[in-house]
Design a protein around this ligand. Structure first.
Ligand SMILES: Nc1ncnc2c1ncn2[C@@H]1O[C@H](COP(=O)(O)OP(=O)(O)OP(=O)(O)O)[C@@H](O)[C@H]1O
Ligand SMILES: [Mg+2]
Length: 470
């Protein structure tokens, strides 16, 4: 009924009060400053109309102005809503009483009263007093004015009715203003509260999303590593077999050589013939040649395993939480090398890298991006075709492009490429997270990631990364 908000909780109530106090102080200053101009102006107007009343109106002007400005000064230090209202109420009452006292001397009564009554109620309306306060003030002023007017000799009933009419219309106008103002304030307050709550909810949701995203990125990384390792285990198996198959014969060869060396070590030249016989018997010519071959093969096998291990170490970099200075090319090279190990005969993966300055980045995460792009390219070309990754410096940005000779991307799929879980691959083959996570990783690096729409034949993805100012 009062137009006040139904607010649950003490804090909401206090916030509402503080909000009101702030507004009312601001508005009270405007109203009082307005009154400070209007009252003297009105008095001046009457002064011009009725020169014989110059002295009383000079008095009225002085009192009205003093009341307004006194209230204005007092208001600046007020700290509570109730006192703001008390000061404004006091000022209005004082001005009202002054005018009531002066009323009987005024001839142009109705217009005068109408102007002033609006002036009285305006503060009430603007200061959003409770409706019953505004009505009470209206009734009070109406009573004072009517009594003073009726008591003064020489006034007729018609004058009284006109005055009552004007006063009542002013009361209705101001009451309407009070209602409207109150409601608008409540709406604004509620909207701001609602917004605040929504904001808090959104913030929480964002936090949860951030966590989920971090989990997705790391699980995507794990799955990429898993797929790579599945391919590489075969790749490591071959050199391991070579080592395994060579170690036993090498041991036997060595035993025979040691045997022959022992005969030679006996040192008797007469036994040279026996040594030769033994040499032939042990087939040492073949054994030495085969041993060298076995050692060569083993060395190659060990080199391959070491290279795989090195590439893997570059690829699976455990990233620290903060960015580090790193060469992007190094990661691209290692990732491509890992993927290139088990390609079908008709497929090729080539690397064309220009020298780049080191940039601040999470190298392990960027490797995830290169892996996703290259793997997608390799998936797209299948048994036959080529995937090329190139890097270059373009102004203050590093540009990495991955091009393939596959079928390209259907126009209806283009808009959905970076959507999480969007995949055209069979269940179990693709999760649809590759491009989505890559996009987020590039964004976190302040870069850009897009499909080149102008490229004809196959797909061309371009990643741009800013060169860190270090
Ligand atoms: N080079 C490309 N050529 C053709 N289509 C592509 C290419 N790269 C991506 N796509 C399309 O975009 C889809 C989404 O790719 P994305 O890497 O996000 O997921 P995915 O490869 O299907 O699965 P995941 O990478 O998680 O194993 C793919 O299913 C494929 O249809
Ligand atoms: Mg993919």
């Amino acid at each position: 009924v009062t137009g006040e908000p139904v607010l649950r909780g003490r804090r909401a109530r206090l916030a509402w009060e503080a909000d009101c106090l702030e507004r009312e102080r601001r508005e009270a200053r405007i109203v009082l400053a307005f009154g400070g101009v209007l009252i003297p102006a009105w008095a001046l107007f009457d002064l011009l109309l009725e020169p014989q009343l110059a002295r009383p109106f000079a008095l009225l002007r002085t009192v009205g102005t003093a009341a307004c400005w006194g209230a204005f000064v007092a208001l600046r230090g007020e700290r509570s809503l109730a006192r703001v209202r008390a000061v404004v109420g006091g000022a209005v009452a004082l001005a009202g009483a002054t005018i009531a006292v002066m009323l009987p001397a005024v001839r142009n009564f109705s217009a005068y009263l109408f102007g002033f009554s609006l002036c009285f109620w305006a503060p009430g309306a603007l200061l959003s007093w409770r409706v019953r306060h505004a009505l009470g003030l209206s009734a009070w002023l109406l009573a004072v004015a009517a009594a003073a007017f009726a008591l003064w000799p020489g006034r007729g009933l018609a004058d009284l009715v006109t005055a009552g009419f004007y006063l009542a219309s002013a009361a209705v106008v101001s009451t309407g203003m009070t209602f409207a103002h109150r409601r608008a304030m409540y709406r604004a307050f509620e909207a701001s509260h609602l917004l605040e709550r929504r904001n808090a909810e959104l913030e929480r949701a964002l936090e949860r999303l951030g966590d989920a995203q971090a989990r997705l990125v790391s699980s995507e990384k794990l799955s990429a590593v898993g797929r790579l390792l599945a391919g590489l285990s075969h790749e490591i198996n071959n050199p391991l077999n070579v080592l395994h198959n060579n170690v036993e014969p090498l041991r036997e060869h060595l035993a025979r050589l040691v045997d022959a060396a022992r005969v030679a070590g006996a040192g008797d030249p007469a036994e040279l013939a026996a040594l030769r016989a033994r040499w032939a018997e042990l087939d040492l010519d073949w054994i030495t040649a085969d041993s060298l071959d076995a050692i060569d093969a083993s060395r190659v096998a060990v080199d391959r395993i070491r290279q795989i291990q090195r590439d893997l170490r570059v690829f699976v970099r455990g990233d620290a939480p903060e960015m580090v200075l790193a060469d992007v090319n190094e990661g691209i090279r290692a990732t491509a090398a890992l993927l290139a190990r088990r390609l079908p005969d008709g497929a090729a993966l080539s690397v064309d890298l220009s020298p780049l300055p080191p940039i601040r980045c999470h190298p392990g995460q960027l490797n995830q991006v290169w892996h996703n792009l290259l793997q997608n390219g390799l998936d797209a070309i299948g048994e036959r075709g080529a995937v090329t990754v190139s890097s270059r410096l373009a102004g203050d940005r590093i540009e990495v492009a991955v091009v393939d000779t596959g079928p390209g991307i259907a126009p209806e799929h283009r808009a959905r490429l970076f959507e999480p879980f969007f995949t055209t691959k069979d269940v179990g083959k693709g999760t649809g997270l590759g491009l989505a996570t890559s996009y987020q990783i590039v964004q976190r690096h302040g870069g850009a990631f897009a499909l080149d729409p102008t490229h004809a034949g196959g797909a061309r993805f371009v990643v741009e990364l800013p060169v860190a100012a270090t």
